[in-house]
Write a protein that binds this ligand. Sequence first.
Ligand code: FPP
Length: 278
Amino acid sequence: MRFKWSSLFRVMRDFRKPASKLSESTRVDGAKQASSDETGDSNIRIPQHVAVIMDGNGRWAKNRNLPRQAGHRAGAENLKALCRMCGNRGIKYLTVYAFSTENWSRPDDEVHALMNLFGEFFRRYDTELAAEGIRLRFIGDIPALPEDIRKIIVEGEANSINRDNMQLIVAFNYGGRREIVQACQKLALLVQQGELEPAAIDETLISQSLYLPDVPDPDLIIRPSGEMRLSNFLLWQCAYSEFWYSDVLWPDFSDAHLDQALEAYTDRNRRFGGVKSV
Ligand code: FPP
């Protein structure tokens, strides 16, 4: 019994069709060295993939005696700003945590507001995202989302497929554990069909069975709002990511905070389990 890539792709397609072919997987960061115009500092090392946990919207709103939904709205505005900040700095992939598989346990009105904001965000900003060459992709348990949201996702991905300045990957109804479980289910199905030997399952095969196998692992994960946990975000992919935390609440996260994070990243010595490089 031999493993066939074609079978894996067929099963993956049944779960969710990947938006592009496998191609760009790499662990090398610094896809583009920033010019001094972009960051004000030519020695800054630019990560290829930055991931952000957009936390602190509720506290931002509470500090202003506003409803939590106002915090999410301000957070969505700041997501647009973040896209511009990252695009200007030559970051090629930006993944943002917009709604987790656990967020359904929030009050109904907050869940409803987040779903509405999702639709509004992509309707309202798509022209700007297009002007900035931003391709949209989504990760998460997409089939479990309401139909109107799935439609926005399918259209957003299809309409932006040829944009190549940066990829904005929105984690929506996303859970790292669920992603790994679903990858295991795909592989188990192949084993059941006699197309894969259990012993042939390795780290590469699991990586290739995740939601977006062509996207490189995040180099840098940013979490504002003072919390220091991953909250089920990119559990498999962050094995060797660098982390940067700050007390700033997400709607207040600015260019200056991104530059602080990039400076900290520049100073990190990434060894990937090896020895110190010179
Ligand atoms: C966590 O802050 C934030 C969320 C659960 C939602 C994040 C969503 C956005 C920033 C905007 C939506 C973007 C799109 C594309 C729809 P929190 O509510 O837990 O804040 P808290 O910890 O201060 O209560």
